[in-house]
Design a protein around this ligand. Structure first.
Ligand code: HPA
Length: 276
């Protein structure tokens, strides 16, 4: 007998008790984007450990903490820390928070991550807005029993919402930066890729490679959430720079551009409210 799965509605009910604010926008922070917390006017916060079904996090270096507050004057929910598939969590756990957000009433989801750049015109420290993705994680988060009331076969023709994408680009322009655009390819990790893999991925049409985001996007689309996503290009992908890849480089670049990353997210939140 498999264990009964936690119910996202239970976690959502806990979240509703936290604060009377009812944001419709949620932002998931990946490496490089946590500095935005210094811009957040926090109304309530809770550790993932107190939210039934939420994943234990830690490997990424950011304890799982969920905030409700105002960013640039806009009510938002911010998730600091995510469960990665490479940590060994099942996909149901990696994507549980997204189901809880949908049950809570979140309508729009902004996902952020760190990624390696394949596109030859990208530089470490650039930001890339996702226009599409390629799932090479070897699993699909919707595999398993169908979820009653939700589509079994989810359309991903326009996984990243055009309206939210325009806002994200405008948010970049408002802080004087032109976001790159491209296709994000997801691998399971945690090893980085080989140069041969990177050459193959470039032929597939990938512009950046990373180890997250895609499962959350797929589940969010099943739940009917609109999704936007942005990568911080923290390094050139394997074989593209002539030097070895390291997590230290990822963290160094993320640190260098953290203020810009925070401004992009803050501007996005402001523009989001103006367009409701
Ligand atoms: N590959 C995979 N994931 C990553 C990378 C990379 O080069 N950089 C940051 N996350």
């Amino acid at each position: 007998m498999s264990k009964p799965q936690p119910d996202p509605k239970v976690a959502a009910a806990r979240l509703k008790k936290l604060s009377r604010l009812r944001p419709t926008l949620a932002i998931v922070l990946g490496s490089g984007f946590h500095h935005v917390l210094s811009e957040l006017r926090v109304n309530a916060e809770v550790s993932y450990a107190k939210l039934p079904g939420f994943p234990p996090t830690g490997v990424s270096g950011h304890a799982g903490q969920l905030f409700i507050g105002h960013l640039g004057g806009t009510p938002v929910m911010v998730l600091s820390g995510r469960a990665h598939y490479y940590e060994g969590h099942p996909m149901t756990q990696v994507t549980f928070a997204v189901r809880a957000l949908a049950a809570y009433g979140i309508r729009d989801l902004l996902l952020t991550n760190a990624a390696g750049g394949l596109n030859r015109s990208f530089h470490p420290g650039d930001f890339m807005m996702l226009t599409d993705h390629i799932n090479l994680m070897g699993v699909n988060p919707l595999r398993g029993a169908p979820v009653p009331g939700l589509p079994r076969f989810v359309d991903l023709t326009c996984a990243y919402d055009k309206g939210l994408r325009s806002l994200l680009q405008a948010a970049g322009r408002a802080c004087g930066t032109k976001l790159r655009v491209g296709t994000y390819l997801a691998v399971s990790g945690p090893s980085y890729e080989t140069p041969a893999e990177i050459r193959a991925f470039a032929r597939f049409g990938a512009d950046a490679v990373g180890m997250s985001t895609v499962p959350e996007t797929i589940v969010a689309r099943q739940c009917g959430l609109k999704v936007a996503a942005v990568s911080c290009i923290t390094n050139l992908a394997a074989g593209r720079s002539g030097k070895a890849l390291s997590h230290a480089e990822v963290l160094e670049t993320a640190e260098r551009v953290k203020k810009l990353a925070a401004q992009v997210l803050k501007n996005f939140a402001k523009l989001y409210a103006q367009n409701q």
